[in-house]
Design a protein around this ligand. Structure first.
Ligand SMILES: Cc1cc2nc3c(=O)[nH]c(=O)nc-3n(C[C@H](O)[C@H](O)[C@H](O)COP(=O)(O)O)c2cc1C
Length: 368
């Protein structure tokens, strides 16, 4: 990890990504950037964002631009949150606490993962910033309800159940470089993930007043099921392309989900978001907030919370510029009329959204 940088001197996200990339040792890098099998879902996340172009409106006064929103009752400086990431201590020894602190310092929420360190109690002891708690169900109902009660007692903003990990993604990069062994799970307990059903959601709903978020929704049908089972927020995600291969790009799913449940509940999204323009596209299609995963992991690796805060400042600059050039001054003015279909102008890849940095990326399909 590089901590002796003055990140205020850095003016592009690309540079921080590059510093973070260079600071990661090979296994941590492979863990971070890898997707499932052929990495088609991962590539489509990018490709589908690149397949949307803007329809800007001009000659409107755009002197003051309001990028703030309210999510889960908490004021947010940007419509962005830090997605839950297991193994964050590979990017920075501060792990989840570093992420929550960075989010709190900047003014957005993080979501901490149940398989990341430090755990939910230690994060609360170290920071009073608002945060969501994400769970992988790795034990029986009693365990689940005990975690739920703890998250509620610790005043987490929401209980987020990840639903797209019935089988753990087969990360061929990691199998090929030997950093995982075949059949290895993430800390065991995977059979519980495989038995999750809507009954699990009902059990959680019955036992908490906390907002419930379902993460990993990829169809309108499941979004409707979520709403009908009392879920508060639908979280569209394909795990950044780390789970089912040959899925759709996440943003491709957003219109059908917003059409199905957007009038009744908040829809949030992650997977592939690497720039301010990406965020603006999701908001225009009806997302309430957008999660960033790999992007902020590069920041943590580059220089801990300070680098993540700087990244968020730069993301804010990009969002402001995009909104100003689109002719809108608040998030609620954005709608699908600001977008049109377009052919991506370059092949999708890990850093195709940041093409000016020199990152070796030899094994990404389609890349160079
Ligand atoms: C290294 C890594 C670890 C992750 N760990 C978790 C996790 O513990 N729980 C979870 O729900 N999602 C996890 N995810 C998925 C993220 O929450 C998020 O869906 C994904 O990173 C978004 O895609 P992006 O990386 O392209 O932004 C992880 C992603 C990465 C890259």
């Amino acid at each position: 990890m590089t901590t002796n940088r003055d990140f205020a001197e850095i003016h592009t996200l690309s540079e921080i990504i590059k510093i973070g990339y260079d600071a990661l040792e090979e296994n941590a890098l492979t863990f971070l950037i890898g997707g499932a099998e052929s990495e088609m879902t991962l590539l489509r996340n990018r490709q589908s964002l690149d397949a949307l172009a803007f329809r800007p409106r001009v000659l409107r006064e755009v002197l003051d631009i309001d990028m703030t929103t309210t999510f889960l009752g908490v004021d947010q400086r940007l419509p962005v949150f830090l997605a839950p990431i297991g193994g964050l201590t590979q990017m920075d020894p501060g792990g989840t606490l570093a992420a929550v602190q960075a989010g709190g310092e900047f003014g957005i929420m993080g979501c901490i993962s149940s398989v990341a360190k430090p755990d939910l109690e230690e994060v609360r002891a170290g920071s009073d910033a608002s945060a969501m708690f994400q769970i992988y169900v790795r034990d029986d109902d009693d365990w689940l309800l005990e975690r739920l009660a703890l998250a509620e007692k610790l005043n987490y903003q929401a209980f987020c159940i990840t639903t797209d990990t019935a089988y753990n993604g087969r990360h061929e990069r990691r199998l090929l470089n030997g950093s995982v062994v075949p059949g290895q799970g993430l800390g065991g307990g995977l059979e519980f993930q495989r038995t999750l059903s809507w009954d699990t959601v009902d059990l959680v709903r019955k036992n908490t007043k906390m907002p419930i978020i379902l993460k990993g929704i990829a169809t309108a049908e499941d979004a409707i099921m979520a709403r009908d089972h009392g879920v508060d927020v639908v979280y569209i995600s394909n795990h950044g392309g780390r789970q089912l291969d040959h899925g759709a790009g996440a943003i491709e799913v957003l219109p059908e989900v917003v059409a199905a449940v957007g009038a009744d509940m908040d829809v949030i999204i992650d997977s592939g978001f690497m720039r301010g323009t990406d965020i603006v596209k999701a908001i225009a299609l009806g997302a309430k907030s957008v999660g960033i995963g790999k992007l902020y992991c590069f920041g943590l690796s580059a220089g801990g919370p300070a680098a993540v805060v700087r990244m968020l400042e730069l993301l804010e600059v990009e969002i402001k510029w995009a909104m100003g050039l689109l002719g809108v001054t608040s998030l609620d003015q954005l709608d699908p009329s600001y977008l049109r279909a377009a052919a991506p102008a370059r092949p999708a890849g890990l850093t195709s959204a940041h093409p000016h940095i020199d990152i070796p990326n030899p094994t990404y399909l389609n890349d160079g």
